[in-house]
Structures are given as C-alpha cells and as structure tokens.
Design a protein around this ligand. Structure first.
Ligand code: HEM
Length: 399
C-alpha cells in the first residue's frame, strides 16, 4: 500500500507535544477505560444471574443489589474514562479513527443512542430490583445486552481503524462508493478475548469486596465465604479462558514472541497464582492493574506495528509545541485530577466502612475533610484560570 495517503491525512497543523507522550497517555488511559468496561459488564451480567436466585437464596439477596450498584457506577466511570483515550487516538492516529467513523458513521450514531438507552435501562433495572418486581431480570438482561452491543461497536471502530489496506475496498466495494456508514467488521478472537476478561476482573473484584466487607459487623462470615469462593472460581476459571484466547489472538497477530507479549503472559501467570491463593486481595487488584497496562500496551504494539509497516510515521508526526496547552493539561490532570480522585476514593472508602447505620459525616480536620476542602479550592482556581487563559488566547490577536 502507498503510505502517502495515510501520512497526508495527518493534521497539517501538527500536534502540540511529542507523539510518544500521547502514545504513553493513550496506553495508560485505555487501561483505565477497559478496567471499568470489564467490571461493569461482569458485575451486571452476574447481577442478572443473581436476580433469578435472590428470592430463594439469602446470599444472592445481599450480593445482587451490590453488584447492580457496582455495575451502575462502573458504567459512568467507563464513559468518563473513555474520553481520554479517544482524544489521544484522535491526536496521533487521527487518520485511522476518522476513517473508521466515516465507514461506520451509522453505527457511530447508533452507539450514542444505544449507550443512553442501555444506561437508562440500568437505572430502571435497579429500581425494579429494589421494588421486587418480577420484570427485573428481563430489564437487566436487555440493558446488559445493549451495553455489550456498545462494546462490539467500539471493537468494530477499533479494528477498522487499523486496517488501512482494506479501507478502499470497504469504502467503494467493486468500485461503487458506499457512503451508507453501515460498514461492520469484527475480529472474533480479539473480541472474545476482550469480553472474556470481564469474568476474571469481576472475580478479583469480588475477592477484594469480601476483604473490604470483612471488617464490618453487618456481614456474616457465611456470606463473605460465599463471595470469596465465587470470586476465586471466576478469577481462576476466567483467567484460564482469557489466557487461551490471548494466545490465539497473539498467534493471529503474529506477535506471540514479542517481549511485551511475553511480559504480559508472565504477569497473567503471577495474577493467576495470586488469585488462586487469595492471600492479599488488594495486592491482587494491584497486579490486575499491571496486567491491564500490559494488555493496553499490546493493543498499541499491534496498531503501531501494523501502521509503521504500512509506512505511517508516528514519531515523525509534525510537532508544533504549545507549552500553554501542555501546562494546562498536565496541571489539570495531576493537580486537580489527583486531588479530586483522592478525595472521592477516601470518602467512598470511609462510607463503605461505616456500619453505624447512620449516614457517614467526615469529622473536621480528618483526611477526607482536608481533601474535600483542597479539591474545592483547586477546582475554583482551575475554573478562574481556565476561563481567563481562554479569554487571553481568544482575544490576544485582536487587542
Ligand atoms: C458500554 C459502553 C462501552 C463498552 C462496553 C466499551 C468497550 C470497549 C472495548 C471492548 C474496546 C476495545 C475494542 C478492541 O480493542 O477491540 C473499547 C475501546 C475503546 N473505547 Fe470503549 N466502550 C464503551 C464506551 C465507550 C465510550 C463512551 C467511549 C468514549 C467516550 C469509549 C472510548 C473507547 C476508545 C477511545 C477505545 C479505543 C479505540 C482505539 O483507539 O482503538 N468507549 N471500548
């Protein structure tokens, strides 16, 4: 294939910083997106199963609403965390992403409406489950199916964007332009691997959930054992299935022996051993984060190799350094982001540990209260700086 086309499609204005930095941020943020995609799908799917059991089984009666809540929060997080890799893809692989969005334009529209519908139905599902309505399982199953469908669409965009050699054939089959936007192409092994990961991720989450709840007086030992056992089964069984699919995917992609892939396999083996022994479930979650980063790295390796073999010069992307943008971005990400996330996480932790039966109130001078105040102040300063800076940028050429 002649690489002129894909290189010509790069933004002529260039990008505001070195491509490798965007590539690193892409790997980091996609791993976060994926973590919550997998947790939401896994906990949702399991909750639908639980909703059929909870009438007769007390353990499922406690666990099902907790899984629903986990799934609901994870969907909101996966959406927020999906924006970051989307921006980074658009910066360094803009040609691929925009072509995929053109070829599958109709699906892009459907994706948005499906996501809105699926997520709204999730709230309905939670409500129906709380009210003990018999329709809850059906509503949950439909919502689950719609959100899985969203993942399949995302996968379609991702695999289309890395196959420039097929773009012309898809855009104009037999020389006749097809601008309907209905192109749909999936790579079944890659998709099966991605979706299968929901099982071990939810299993490891359940192990950690059980450890977390064990310090509270209102959870019985029986219940915690039930959750831990199920978590371990899901983690171990799921990891074995995912590992087999991963090897198949790597064989197909011709990357099985590349160092990043071998390191990923080693990290999965360590994760498997940790999940099997379940000595420290929080450490297992930490290892899961490492594995997620490796998988994200492998996705990027595949794309980078395909594109560079075709002549796409990623590191040669024209750079037009804009320090203002970078400073604003990094200070938002590090200062506002880290403080805000630390506040939300510590608060959620304390709320979860509270078994007094009364709503949790942070005491004056506690870490939660200090972080809350700091987040508020930083956020107010950020808004002022953001708008002032924007106004200066907007009007500096006119004044
Ligand atoms: C329920 C909703 C969603 C699900 C289940 C989902 C699932 C997935 C999956 C499975 C992939 C990997 C596809 C592959 O590599 O084969 C993916 C990639 C991705 N998703 Fe999502 N996703 C969802 C919503 C979103 C949203 C709302 C955004 C953006 C705001 C987003 C942004 C991305 C991006 C940027 C990628 C990587 C595309 C690329 O560069 O190749 N996702 N998603």
């Amino acid at each position: 294939m002649d690489a002129t086309l894909i290189n010509l499609m790069k933004d002529p204005a260039g990008i505001p910083f070195y491509p490798i930095v965007f590539q690193g941020l892409y790997i980091l943020t996609w791993a976060l997106h994926a973590a919550f995609v997998l947790l939401s799908l896994g906990s949702m799917g399991l909750s639908v199963y639980g909703s059929t059991k909870q009438k007769r089984d007390n353990n499922w009666k406690i666990l099902t609403p907790h899984l629903i809540m986990t799934g609901k929060l994870s969907v909101s997080l996966l959406i927020v965390l999906g924006v970051a890799p989307l921006l980074f893809t658009q910066v360094i692989y803009d040609s691929g992403w925009y072509v995929a969005n053109t070829l599958s334009g109709a699906w892009v529209f459907i994706f948005i409406y499906a996501l809105v519908l699926g997520y709204m139905m999730f709230y309905w599902y939670q409500y129906a489950n709380k009210q003990g309505k018999s329709s809850n399982t059906l509503i949950g199953a439909i919502s689950f199916a719609i959100l899985v469908f969203c993942g399949i669409l995302m996968h379609n965009f991702a695999v289309e964007s890395i196959q420039p050699t097929k773009w012309m054939e898809w855009y104009a089959p037999n020389g006749v332009v097809d601008n309907s936007g209905w192109n749909f192409h999936i790579d079944i092994v890659r998709l099966a691997f991605m979706v299968s990961l929901a099982i071990p991720v939810t299993g490891i989450f359940l192990q950690a959930y059980s450890t977390f709840a064990s310090t509270r007086n209102d959870f019985k030992v029986d219940y915690l054992e039930f959750v831990t056992k199920m978590g371990t089964k899901m983690a171990v069984g799921g990891l074995l299935v995912s590992a087999a699919l991963f090897v198949l995917w790597m064989l197909q992609a011709g990357e099985l022996f590349s160092p990043v892939v071998l390191a990923t396999i080693a990290s999965v083996v360590i994760l498997l051993l940790m999940a099997m022994k379940n000595k420290n479930s929080y450490a297992t979650v930490g290892m899961l984060v490492v594995v997620a980063l490796f998988i994200s790295g492998v996705r990027e390796l595949i794309r980078y190799n395909i594109m560079s073999k075709l002549g796409y010069d990623l590191y040669g992307y024209k750079v037009n350094i804009e320090y203002e943008t970078i400073i604003m971005f990094l200070s938002t990400f590090v200062v506002l982001g880290f403080t805000g996330i630390a506040f939300i996480l510590t608060m959620a932790w304390q709320v979860g540990k509270n078994d007094s039966g009364k709503p949790y109130v942070a005491t004056e001078g506690s870490a939660v209260s200090k972080l809350g105040n700091a987040s508020l102040i930083i956020f107010c300063v950020w808004i002022a700086v953001y708008f002032a800076w924007g106004m200066v940028a907007l009007f500096k050429n006119m004044l």
